[in-house]
Design a protein around this ligand. Structure first.
Ligand code: AMP
Ligand code: ZN
Length: 112
C-alpha cells in the first residue's frame, strides 16, 4: 500500500523523478538528491510505512529482503570496497522523510 502524501511513494509511482539504480517488485534504490558521500543511495520498500518501529510482519519481511539484497546492489554500484547502512528513526535521528529508507553510503573512506 502506498500513501498519497508521501514523497517516496510518489517516487515509486513515478510522479516524482528519481535516478533509479535498482528496482524489483519489492524495492527501489535511487540516488540521494543531496549526497552525503561520493556514493549515496536510498533503498525503499514498495510499501508505505513510516518508521522501523511501525513495520508490521510484512514490513519486517521487506526490511530483511532489502538488507540482504543490498550487498548485490552495492557491488553493482562500485561499492565493492565497503559501505555504511543507516536508518534514521524519528526526530532525534533527523528523519525528514517518513517512509522507511535505508541509506547506503560509500565510494570513499567514510569519516566516522
Ligand atoms: P532522512 O533524513 O533519513 O529522512 O533521509 C531523507 C533523505 O532523502 C535525505 O538524505 C534527502 O537528501 C533525500 N531526499 C529528499 N528528497 C529527495 C528526492 N526527491 N530524491 C532523492 N532523495 C531525496
Ligand atoms: Zn511512502
Amino acid at each position: 500500500m502506498l500513501s498519497n502524501d508521501c514523497l517516496f511513494c510518489k517516487i515509486i509511482e513515478g510522479k516524482i523523478p528519481s535516478s533509479k539504480v535498482y528496482e524489483d517488485d519489492k524495492m527501489l534504490v535511487f540516488k540521494d538528491i543531496e549526497p552525503k558521500a561520493k556514493v549515496h543511495l536510498l533503498a525503499i520498500a514498495k510499501t508505505h510505512f513510516k518508521l522501523l518501529s511501525e513495520a508490521d510482519e510484512k514490513g519486517q519481511e521487506l526490511v530483511k529482503y532489502m538488507l540482504f539484497k543490498i550487498p548485490e546492489i552495492a557491488k553493482q554500484n562500485g561499492l565493492a570496497n565497503g559501505y555504511r547502512l543507516i536508518i534514521n528513526q524519528g526526530d532525534d535521528a533527523g528523519q525528514t522523510v517518513f517512509h522507511l529508507h535505508i541509506h547506503i553510503l560509500g565510494g570513499e573512506t567514510l569519516p566516522w
